[in-house]
Ligand binder design. Structure first.
Ligand code: AMP
Length: 116
């Protein structure tokens, strides 16, 4: 079984050890602008619990917080005003998924036609 490494960059952002461009925050989640955006709008949704990827999050986190995270994604989509023209939500896992940061997060891509 993979072990969560609390020295990953999102863990440091969550502990406020390094800065970020915050879009939205509540008790369960933090949403920030991606430092290297691949679309006009590129926001990362990061649950605060120490989970490696989507499956780890679903396995470890309680239903209340899972629900709270996805409800906050919906809130941020409204905040970003992207629901009319559309958006893409992606999450990467492991080597085959090309995951760079081993703390579960989703990418919200919008603001233009996303060619992925
Ligand atoms: P991935 O793990 O492949 O799903 O993607 C990690 C994402 O985190 C990439 O899109 C990076 O550009 C982004 N990223 C890495 N470091 C930072 C940072 N300090 N602040 C914001 N985004 C970051």
């Amino acid at each position: 079984m993979k072990m969560y490494n609390s020295e990953n960059i999102f863990a440091k952002i969550l502990r406020k050890e390094i800065p970020c461009e915050k879009v939205y925050e509540d008790e369960v989640s933090l949403f920030i602008n991606d430092i290297n955006p691949i679309a006009k709008i590129h926001v990362l949704g990061i649950p605060k619990s120490p989970c490696i990827d989507y499956s780890d999050f679903i396995e470890k986190e309680n239903d209340k917080n899972i629900s709270a995270f996805f409800n906050s994604v919906e809130k941020v989509l409204t905040l970003l005003d992207v629901k009319k023209d559309g958006y893409k939500i992606i999450t990467n896992s492991g080597i085959n998924g090309g995951q760079e940061v081993p703390h579960f997060h989703i990418h919200i891509l919008a603001g233009e036609k996303i060619k992925l």
